[in-house]
Design a protein around this ligand. Structure first.
Ligand SMILES: Cc1cc2nc3c(=O)[nH]c(=O)nc-3n(C[C@H](O)[C@H](O)[C@H](O)COP(=O)(O)O)c2cc1C
Length: 188
């Protein structure tokens, strides 16, 4: 039996009935055995260096601690005007100012749901670009872009089988990346 894997997840939509939140629930339900995820709420103040100078807000500190203790990260975002939501970007901006910077060297899964035909693809590629600077390790495949999200969920549940299978595969891919990172860390 391999060691358990702990993930920390962030959802970029604050909307109660958010399709992205529902997709995150579907992702967590499909994680391989031994993999667990904690979702962190990111209704945080807007990044302001003056606030930072007084001390990082408590929820930001708690999120950094959870990330440092976790093996991997999950970023879920809607697409707003061809980019990730401001809510998620704001959380990333806060966390990026912390030491240790908690995205560094972390295996990361990215996915999203959006109303348009590209299913948040543009937002996801911007997130990948942001993670270059933060030295994160996003898994490349599968890409999970849930298009026309309004047609993929019924009564609060993901009903699109293709999306469900892709989310399961992404969870397995993230778990594999974590195990590979552990193995690499043991090689002297
Ligand atoms: C400010 C704003 C900008 C949006 N821009 C896009 C967009 O660029 N591409 C797209 O596919 N959908 C866009 N949408 C539609 C969202 O993808 C859709 O509302 C989605 O359901 C939001 O995610 P949620 O259900 O998790 O809250 C936009 C919605 C808002 C509110």
């Amino acid at each position: 039996m391999s060691e358990p894997i702990k993930l920390v997840a962030f959802c970029g939509s604050l909307r109660k009935a958010s399709f992205n939140r529902l997709a995150l629930t579907a992702f967590v339900e499909r994680l391989p055995a031994g993999v667990t995820a904690q979702t962190i709420e990111i209704d945080w103040p807007l990044y302001n260096a003056d606030i930072q100078a007084q001390g990082f807000p408590a929820p930001v500190q708690a999120a950094q601690k959870a990330m440092l203790e976790a093996d991997g990260v999950v970023l879920v975002s809607p697409e707003y005007n061809y980019g990730p939501s401001g809510v998620l970007k704001n959380a990333i901006d806060w966390l990026s100012r912390m030491t240790p910077q908690p995205f560094a060297a972390k295996p990361i899964a990215i996915f999203g749901a959006a109303g348009g035909a590209l299913g948040s693809a543009r937002a996801q590629y911007q997130l990948r670009q942001i993670l270059v600077f933060l030295d994160g390790r996003p898994v490349n495949k599968p890409e999970v872009m849930i298009a026309q999200a309004q047609n993929r969920f019924t009564d609060g549940k993901l009903t699109d089988e293709t999306a469900g299978k892709l989310l399961a595969d992404l969870g397995a891919s993230l778990a594999l990346a974590v195990r590979q990172a552990r193995a690499a860390a043991n090689v002297k």
